[in-house]
Design a protein around this ligand. Structure first.
Ligand SMILES: [Zn+2]
Length: 438
């Protein structure tokens, strides 16, 4: 009999693996050593025994791959509920005014840490962020143990000329500083094609190629954006990116609400991924992305919450539920995007979108131990016939009891272990008092 020395052993669980065969293991057992999953099987396995630091009996509970949020602006937790019920352009104008007055390294640290807490409580273990990049906020997130996809973000925003801290040189320095970090997965970003000029896009392409890192930007979010991009570049956003050689497997586009059939084809052809942010798109009346058509065409579609000022939460299960219902409504076809397919978007598709499908997105031996545990003893999840159905249509963020990132318990019995929730909440309230004065 083989003996394995591991750090954490989860027993008696239902395991939703999201591996290539979408295996579901009843009475499952999963072992974690250091940052990785080292063994998966059933709790009654006869040919192996474990010595371990801690064992968690997960009777009545379900282990899933940690959810992956492929688009957001984390520190906007500070502005949740501040500006609602406006069109995107008017909304942005107000938000930029508040940000100009309230954003600094310390507020971004607090807002980002608060976002990490909210995401961990909602089963999310990896997320992409696009906001002001400060060493302080990167260091704080790294210290929390959360997995972040982030990098310098180019933007030419009116009123922010004095703080043009992103340029080619600064971006490269920033990227070199965090190279090869196990928890910070670097990318290069542009706010959008209407907020960047050709020089910036050229710099981005060069950096992406030199560093072999992904590229993330907002694209085709609203009709107003299409008009602005037409005026600035004389073409549509997808065409601008295509002409700059910025579509491809390393590219992730947030929103893609307004795409032609040809543009959808082009995204599929180039292997470009999409982050669908349905709540934000609905709330800002930007429109509804044709993700059922995108999936049919072969585009890798993942899900994002967008920032908490336009959603207004960081709850990916909620996002998946709305996305599924909206597509069924607009296509008048309840068979489109069944629950299992939606769950792919939350996990393995998300991993693919941020270039990490060899490391996360499914529970397999050799992959990193990023996972979340839901209590299926909850009233709203009893009884169950189909696990995916409950995850998409019935579960809520409150059903998560544990979250693990990189082999480390981040939340246990809903207690956040690596950040001081009450202290950070108090800091957020204090910043909000100042925001009210702006
Ligand atoms: Zn966004």
């Amino acid at each position: 009999m083989q003996t394995l020395n591991v750090d954490t052993l989860f027993t008696n669980a239902i395991i939703i693996t999201m591996d290539a065969d979408h295996r579901i293991i009843n009475n499952g057992m999963l072992a974690v050593k250091d940052a990785s999953i080292v063994w998966i099987g059933t709790t009654d396995a006869q040919d192996i025994q474990f010595t371990c630091m801690q064992t968690l009996d997960l009777t009545g509970k379900v282990i899933i791959p940690g959810l992956i949020n492929t688009h957001g602006h984390w520190a906007m937790t500070l502005f949740r509920g501040l500006v609602d019920d406006l069109r995107l352009e008017a909304w942005l104008e107000k938000i930029w005014q508040v940000e100009a007055a309230a954003i600094n390294p310390q507020t971004v640290v607090t807002g980002s840490e608060f976002a990490v807490i909210e995401m961990l409580k909602a089963g999310t273990t990896c997320a992409a962020d696009m906001y002001w990049q400060y060493f302080e906020s990167f260091d704080a997130v790294k210290a929390s143990g959360f997995r972040m996809v982030n990098g310098p973000s180019f933007a030419d925003i009116p009123g922010f000329e004095h703080r043009r801290d992103v340029n080619y040189k600064a971006a490269v320095e920033f990227l070199d500083h965090y190279a090869n970090d196990p928890l910070i997965h670097l990318c290069i970003q542009a706010h959008s094609t209407y907020m960047t000029n050709i020089q910036m896009l050229e710099d981005i392409l060069r950096i992406s190629n030199d560093k072999q890192i992904g590229f993330i930007t907002h694209a085709a979010e609203s009709e107003g954006e299409l008009a602005q991009v037409q005026q600035k570049h004389g073409k549509r956003p997808i065409q601008v990116l295509d002409d700059m050689d910025l579509l491809g497997e390393k590219t992730l586009l947030a929103h893609c609400v307004h795409l032609t059939d040809e543009e959808i084809e082009r995204l599929a052809e180039t292997g470009t991924s999409v982050s669908h942010c349905v709540s934000s798109n609905l709330k800002l009346s930007s429109g509804i992305a044709r993700i059922a058509d995108m999936v049919k065409a072969g585009v890798n579609v993942s899900l994002g919450t967008d920032g908490p000022a336009s959603n207004n939460d960081l709850d990916l299960l909620h996002e998946a539920q709305i996305a599924a219902l909206v597509q069924k409504g607009i296509t008048k076809d309840p068979t489109v995007l069944p629950a299992e397919q939606m769950f792919e978007m939350l996990t393995i598709n998300g991993a693919r979108a941020v270039g990490l499908s060899d490391k996360i997105g499914s529970l397999e031996v050799g992959k990193l131990a990023d996972l979340a545990v839901l209590d299926f003893d909850a009233v709203n999840l009893t009884p169950y016939y189909d696990l995916y159905s409950h995850l998409i249509y019935a579960a809520s963020s409150a059903d998560f009891c544990h979250t693990m990132v990189h082999g480390k318990m981040m939340m246990q019995d809903r207690q956040i272990l690596t950040l001081d929730e009450e202290k950070i909440k108090a800091e957020v309230r204090s910043i909000a008092d100042k925001v009210r004065q702006i």
